[in-house]
Ligand binder design. Structure first.
Ligand code: NDP
Ligand code: MG
Length: 382
């Protein structure tokens, strides 16, 4: 039985992780969960799995949980609580599926405690990739990607040498607005933006997919996870989301990983690596049914967020933290109907333009930049 700590249990990835655990009850047990504010979604999970530790963001949620359940777990609060369950000696696997840079400190604790880490929380790597990967190297810990593209690359690289890689090719579905011109983006609504053609995901990443920032964040994520320079990371529009990503080697051999768009597949891979377990899905990949696969260019003119991410990644230092924090704040404002869709990219670009880059920022500097950027973006709107 592997004991799992699940950070972000009430989210899209969190709930799909619960599905994978349910399908493999003889292998996995839920040791601890952390979530934000959604007590209603958390309660059925807590009742069913009775985790020993529960971490909430809101101290008031504590009583609500205790009065609704029939056993006595330890209930902790906030980042300190997440750090504790991420490094607890009894936890063997840590699934990091929280949203945003709030997952950074718990990631570092899990690495220092040498846990097996199934890693979905890309914002953490974008914000502080140099710190996270240095700790991972020093502690001999591999971050096992949950993001489907990075899971694909991880599989294409099994048994390969990274210095023989010529190019990583990340595929992108194109998001909710892939067939619209920039002119047509002026008046799009929140509801339309939340309607992703292929994947069912949390609200923030669905908006990130529509702006193409998600692919930008994934470029930076790939840079850190696989130690490949930005010049060797390409993106390609592929609207069927069948090829999840590819690796081209220097001898011109190209490896691709294919599958149906179902996040439980890469989640299970990260939980069971290096083994592969049976996956009890209704339906596997049927290429005859799909018939054709399509590919197209993703231009920087059409998708400026992608350019901003490459710029931030290549410049490095504190700029990726600004990119990420500005994006998190701008998407939050959009989700609250306070700004238009195109204002998201304007706010991020402005925050990046006004930032004076700090090289080799330490954790405190990163966290200060993150806070300041969020305030700045709010001030642009007020
Ligand atoms: P969701 O918004 O669906 O879920 C986010 C989770 O994080 C929720 O459990 C939420 O709790 C929790 N959370 C939010 N803020 C805090 C906080 N301050 N402290 C503790 N927990 C918090 O997001 P997704 O599941 O879609 O995404 C999670 C991560 O996985 C992101 O980094 C995303 O980029 C990545 N990812 C997601 C994919 C997907 O298919 N959804 C695909 C690939 C990557 P609550 O709701 O209770 O407030
Ligand atoms: Mg992805």
């Amino acid at each position: 039985m592997k004991q799992i700590t699940l950070l972000g249990a009430t989210g899209s990835i969190g709930l799909q992780t619960i599905d994978v655990i349910k399908e493999n009850r003889n292998r996995f047990s839920l040791f601890a969960v952390a979530f934000g504010r959604n007590v209603e979604k958390a309660l059925p999970i807590i009742q069913e799995f009775q985790p020993k530790y529960i971490v909430v963001q809101d101290p008031d949620a504590k009583n609500k949980i205790l009065t609704s359940i029939s056993y006595h777990p330890a209930i902790l609060v906030g980042t300190e609580g997440m750090k504790e369950i991420a490094s607890h000696p009894d936890a063997e696997i840590v699934v990091n599926a929280v949203l945003g840079s709030v997952g950074l400190e718990a990631t570092l604790e899990a690495i220092r405690a040498k846990k097996q880490i199934a890693f979905a929380n890309k914002e953490t790597l974008v914000t502080a990739g140099h710190i996270v990967m240095k700790e991972a190297r020093q502690n001999g810990v591999e971050l096992l990607p949950v993001d489907s593209e990075h899971s694909a690359i991880h599989q294409c690289l099994r048994g390969e040498k990274i210095n023989e890689v010529k190019r990583i090719i990340l595929t992108a579905s194109g998001g909710s607005f892939r067939d619209r011109t920039r002119e047509e983006l002026k008046n799009v609504s929140l509801k339309e933006a939340l309607n992703h053609p292929n994947w069912s995901m949390g609200a923030k990443i669905t908006i990130d997919s529509a702006t193409m920032m998600n692919k930008g964040l994934e470029v930076i994520e790939a840079h850190w996870l696989f130690d490949v320079p930005y010049e060797q990371i390409d993106v390609l529009m592929h609207k069927e989301s069948v090829i999840h990503s590819m690796v081209e080697f220097r001898d011109r051999n190209v490896m691709a990983q294919l599958g149906t768009p179902d996040m439980r597949v890469p989640i299970q891979y990260a939980l069971t690596y290096p083994e592969r377990l049976e996956f009890s899905s209704e339906k596997g990949l049927n290429l005859m049914e799909i018939g054709k696969l399509h590919f197209a260019e993703l231009s920087f003119e059409r998708f400026p967020c992608l350019k901003m991410a490459y710029d931030a990644g290549k410049t490095g230092g504190s700029l990726p933290a600004v990119l990420n924090a500005a994006n998190e704040e701008a998407v939050h404002l959009f989700l609250q109907n306070q700004i238009t869709f195109l204002q998201i990219e304007e706010l991020i670009q402005r925050a990046m333009d006004e930032h004076k880059v700090i090289q080799e920022p330490d954790l405190e500097t990163i966290q200060a930049v993150d806070r300041e950027t969020r305030e700045q973006v709010k001030s642009y709107v007020n």
